[in-house]
Design a protein around this ligand. Structure first.
Ligand code: S3P
Ligand code: PEP
Length: 438
């Protein structure tokens, strides 16, 4: 990839096309962790994973601690991973990159190692919240030095486990991380959330619970409290990863932005991700959504409606929704995005980043305590490149805006490889009217 800013393609007219997106990083990285926790000598396969940075980091982390991970080419540019759990994890060094799933899911697994595990990541990763994992592990009898990355985790192969109360208002991944390895702790793990705000992105905790149950682990849940019983982790021998529906939303946004129609092939009938919420959010802008044998098709309206949406459950959609809201505001419709205070701790401070970058094209975006307010304003060509802040979803938000605002360039389109490894090629292909990956 060159160092030159990437020119986001402008659409000549309505965008029409069919897209096949790679597997969800959230599903993939849970599947990899659960496979590595098996103690029955079975090699498990995770099929259709994205060839993305976050997935690669998770595979690398598990290998660094003693799991055997082999990677082969899967269908349509995806990866198939085969994982064999080690008899005992060993100490080592783990690179978390900027992946929340790696920095929050691996420390509780590292506590099962027979030696210290040092975890570090990108510069920005050192600023991402880790308090729930650090406090949670200490409460479960694990030694942790450091309060954020870099961390050293020293557990011993049989950490006691038990009951902890953590404040998970900064990330649902605190809860997911503690639960995913909890069955391997002597007394299992019980996590209670206590904080000023609720746990964000709760469908991602539900994903953890569903995948744990699928791996034979006993999980009890009540509001703000989850219990994982001790016992073996026997994930399915083969897991087909469902498409990344938040990544898909970016491609669907092309239909909304241009009044076109985009189909996501292979959209699942039932999903572990909040697919229904993704659909409802797009419908709020005036899109028509239908699911049939070809996949999920979204047809954009002639003019986008403004939205007033609480994105607490689907906070990772915020950059996509904010980009569409800025396009709606161009036609005079204001929007409010709420419930996402915690995304200041995502890959970047997304509220500040969105206000700044949408501002470069003339949008009137104000940061609120828990979201963004977008006031009517015409949009115009920017005078500097759109900054991605190493954030895949900031880069894709810039591309959405670039469909209708000429002259948008993105300083670091390679940031998209965190979850969508082929975005820089696939997006122009879609905008030019061709199918992608199908
Ligand atoms: O567990 C997961 O796979 C995720 C949980 C959510 O994190 P937060 O709860 O920090 O928002 C989500 O935003 C992130 O993209 C993926
Ligand atoms: C917040 C996100 O990622 P992470 O898993 O790194 O937290 C995201 O993908 O939008």
């Amino acid at each position: 990839m060159s160092d030159q800013p990437w020119a986001a393609p402008t659409a000549d007219g309505p965008v029409h096309g069919t897209v096949s997106v790679p597997g969800s990083k959230s599903v993939t990285n849970r599947a990899l962790v659960l496979a590595a926790l098996g103690t029955d000598g079975v090699t498990r396969r995770v099929r259709g994973a994205a060839r993305s940075r976050d997935t690669t980091l998770m595979a690398g982390a598990l290998a660094a601690l003693g799991a055997t991970v082999t990677t082969t080419d899967g269908r349509a540019g995806t990866l198939d991973l085969a994982i064999t759990a080690p008899a005992t994890f060993h100490g080592g060094h783990v690179d978390c990159g900027l992946a929340g799933t790696v920095m929050r899911f691996v420390p509780p697994l590292a506590a099962l190692a027979d030696g210290p595990v040092v975890l570090d990541g990108d510069e920005r990763a050192r600023e991402r919240p880790m308090s729930g994992i650090v406090a949670g592990l200490r409460g479960l009898g694990v030694e942790v030095s450091g309060e954020a990355l870099p961390l050293t985790v020293t557990g011993g192969p049989h950490p006691p486990g038990g009951e902890v109360t953590v404040d998970a208002s900064a990330s649902s991944q605190f809860v997911s991380g503690l639960l995913l390895s909890g069955a391997r702790y002597a007394r299992g793990v019980t996590v209670t959330h206590a904080g000023e705000r609720g746990v964000p992105s709760l469908p991602h905790v539900a994903m953890s619970v569903a995948m744990l149950r699928d791996a034979g682990v006993v999980v009890d849940e009540s509001p703000s409290r989850w219990h994982v019983g001790p016992g073996p982790v026997t994930a399915p021998a083969v897991l087909d990863v469902e498409p990344d529906l938040s990544g898909a939303a970016v491609y669907l946004a092309a239909a909304l932005a241009t009044g076109g129609a985009v189909t996501i092939a292979g959209w699942p009938d039932t999903d572990l991700q909040p697919g229904g919420v993704v659909r409802r959010v797009l419908e709020a802008f005036g899109a028509r959504v239908s699911l049939d044998a070809d996949g999920l098709t979204v047809r954009g309206p002639d003019r986008l409606d403004g939205v007033d949406v609480d994105l607490h459950e689907v906070s990772e959609l915020t950059p996509t929704v904010a980009a569409l809201a800025a396009l709606a505001a161009r036609d005079g419709a204001p929007s409010r995005l709420r419930g996402v205070a915690h995304i200041r701790g995502h890959e970047t401070d997304r509220l500040a980043a969105l206000a700044a970058e949408l501002g470069t094209v003339g949008a009137r975006v104000t940061e609120t305590e828990d979201g963004l307010a977008i006031a009517p304003s015409p949009l115009s060509a920017p005078t500097r490149p759109w900054r991605a802040y190493a954030d895949h979803r900031m880069a894709t938000a810039g591309a959405i805006v670039g469909l209708v605002v000429p002259g948008v360039t993105i300083d670091d389109v390679a940031a998209t490889t965190k979850t969508l490894p082929d975005f820089a090629d696939d997006w122009p292909t879609l905008v030019a009217g061709a199918g992608v990956g199908v």
